[in-house]
Design a binder for this molecule. Structure first.
Ligand SMILES: O=C(O)C[C@H]1C=CC(=O)O1
Length: 96
């Protein structure tokens, strides 16, 4: 099942730089592993914002919830999720 996920990162302004850098580094490792696994299908930066739009390929909403809440930056992100289904005019057979 595909989901569009929009994440906006809101780190506290008073978070020490070292802590923020550590969180971002851990998040990057997790995100890249999930991409290698094929679970995090797309990861796009939203121009001009500390935000991304992503496509996840998971079994169901429960799996997505578990994955998102385990992200190191989860406590500092606003997340919006939308379920996707196949468009009848799509010519791609991998968009399911
Ligand atoms: O930078 C972000 O958009 C937040 C998060 C998502 C992937 C990652 O490495 O960090």
């Amino acid at each position: 099942m595909l989901f569009k996920v929009a994440m906006t990162v809101r780190l506290p302004h008073d978070m020490p730089r070292a802590q923020a850098d550590e969180l971002k580094s851990t998040e990057r490792a997790v995100a890249q592993q999930l991409q290698r696994d094929g679970t995090w299908r797309h990861l796009w930066r939203v121009a001009g914002r500390y935000a991304n739009v992503s496509i996840f390929d998971v079994a169901d909403a429960d799996e997505l919830h578990a994955l998102l809440t385990a992200l190191p930056l989860f406590p500092y992100m606003d997340i919006e999720v939308e379920a996707l289904c196949r468009h009848p005019s799509s010519i791609h057979d991998d968009d399911r």
